[in-house]
Design a binder for this molecule. Structure first.
Ligand SMILES: Cc1cc2nc3c(=O)[nH]c(=O)nc-3n(C[C@H](O)[C@H](O)[C@H](O)COP(=O)(O)OP(=O)(O)OC[C@H]3O[C@@H](n4cnc5c(N)ncnc54)[C@H](O)[C@@H]3O)c2cc1C
Length: 415
């Protein structure tokens, strides 16, 4: 059926993409989401991610609080392993107190499924496809796809992650925008041989950390390895054998549970390995094309609050597209509103890395002592100690979200 409602293309159906599409539809747009994978990532796949403060509130506004709550991970305690001594335990709630009083940890697969479910009856989804070329011909953007027929949209948004195709096609090669934070991250699945229950366990040696957390109702655990290196490794993103070799060379002598975990690595079919890098762009909008979430301003995987940032950014973009009339002006206003939020987010990763991957034996000792005293110190000090330098709370504070009922509906697009 013909419509004069403005049309938006959203590339990527993980976190930012479905949140944006959901709100755009509610605010009067006709969104189409294109996703490269053949179907939405389901169930407990991927890694655990965090929703803090306003990102949790947005789930409430979408009516998803019950679903998100019942899918949250079972991790309730962080256990810091010390060789020859009892572990130091701290509750997950205490550990994130200085960031926000509202926090939900959830597997990314679960979150993506819930978000997709919320939007799919009112939003067109195209799986197993990708944008191939984007031409901003104003007042329409012409898009060609790898499989589907070419189409025109009023606005195009890349929500396609750290290695965004939209960014490469419209803004330039990835290398121009990635800022290496001096570390690597690997995640894979292993049997939960420690029967972790509600515990996440972590073991550190100078410059290297290994951690494990349980995956609800699967009998499996996710293994997370984080290590420091001054320069990026020369290992291709899809060369799994080379990646396994790299991990063995880094962790073969670590001790603790590593022999069993490295044996599990050989069986794992879901190894993820990447540098810990941020996306730093002077501008993440151009004409009628914009980027949202990791594609435009990833604060670094596993260290920077990227999921909350993606949810917040997607909502802010939807509100501007609804209220600014012209998409070019809307994208510009979205970028202005997000700048202070993004600026704070860039400080989170380097601070969190100091804690997650201590550089020296002295820092490991200090981390353990800080965790040990945490439950016993006065509230303000505890909040300071768990604020990771205050950047995460500052990022959330800068996110000024208009309530949905305050957002006007988008005007019809000019023919
Ligand atoms: C190992 C790991 C651990 C992490 N841990 C945490 C954590 O503890 N807490 C936290 O808050 N965040 C964490 N993050 C970061 C978090 O996952 C991201 O910040 C968040 O998922 C960003 O959402 P997004 O929608 O912007 O991008 P993504 O979740 O990366 O989604 C991008 C989507 O785009 C799709 N796509 C890619 N290319 C194309 C294409 N050409 N066409 C169509 N679709 C495409 C992808 O398939 C995917 O569905 C972690 C990340 C990683 C990798």
């Amino acid at each position: 059926m013909a419509t004069d409602r403005p049309r938006a293309l959203v590339s990527g159906a993980s976190v930012a993409g479905p949140v944006l599409a959901y709100w755009l539809e509610r605010f009067g747009y006709v969104p189409t989401v294109v996703e490269r994978t053949p179907e939405v990532r389901m169930g407990t796949g991927g890694h655990a991610v965090d929703l803090f403060g306003p990102a949790v509130e947005l789930m409430d506004w979408m009516g998803l609080e019950g679903q998100v709550e019942s899918a949250r991970t079972v991790t309730r305690v962080f256990s810091f392993i010390r060789p020859g001594r009892p572990p130091v335990d701290v509750s997950a709630e205490t550990a994130s107190e200085g960031v926000s009083s509202r926090h939900v940890e959830i597997m990314r697969g679960d979150l993506a499924r819930i978000l997709h479910e919320a939007a799919r009856h009112r939003v067109e989804y195209v799986f197993d496809d990708s944008v191939a070329a984007v031409h901003d011909a104003g007042p329409r953007v012409e898009v060609t796809f790898e499989r589907s027929a070419a189409r025109e949209f009023d606005v195009v948004v890349g929500a396609d992650g750290l290695h965004s195709t939209t960014r490469r096609l419209v803004f330039g090669p990835e290398a121009e925008f990635l800022r290496f934070l001096g570390g690597y991250l690997a995640v894979f699945t292993a049997p939960d041989h420690l029967r972790l229950g509600d515990r996440m366990v972590a073991f550190s040696a100078p410059g290297r950390t290994a951690a494990m957390y349980p995956v609800r109702e699967t009998g499996q655990a996710r293994v997370v390895l984080l290590w420091r290196t001054p320069v990026p490794h020369d290992v291709a993103r899809h060369d799994v054998d080379a990646q396994r070799g790299l991990i063995r060379s880094r962790y073969g002598d670590l001790g603790w549970e590593l022999p069993r975990l490295l044996a599990a690595l050989d069986q794992a079919d879901d190894l993820y390995l990447d540098s810990i890098s941020q996306v730093v762009m002077d501008s993440w909008v151009r004409g009628r094309v914009g980027l949202v979430g990791d594609a435009g301003y990833s604060p670094g995987p596993a260290v920077g609050g990227g999921t909350s940032l993606a949810v917040i950014g997607a909502y802010m973009l939807a509100t501007e597209l609804a209220s600014a009339g012209d998409p070019v002006r809307a994208l510009d206003r979205y970028q202005q509103a997000m700048r202070p939020v993004v600026a704070h987010s860039r400080n989170i990763g380097p601070t969190v890395m100091k804690f997650l991957v201590p550089r020296s034996a002295a820092q490991i000792w200090l981390t353990a002592q800080a965790m040990r005293v945490l439950p016993h110190v006065p509230d303000p000090l505890r909040r300071r100690l768990t604020s990771f330098g205050g950047s995460a709370a500052a990022m959330l504070r800068e996110a000024r979200l208009r309530r949905p009922e305050e957002v006007p509906l988008a005007r019809p697009s000019p023919s």
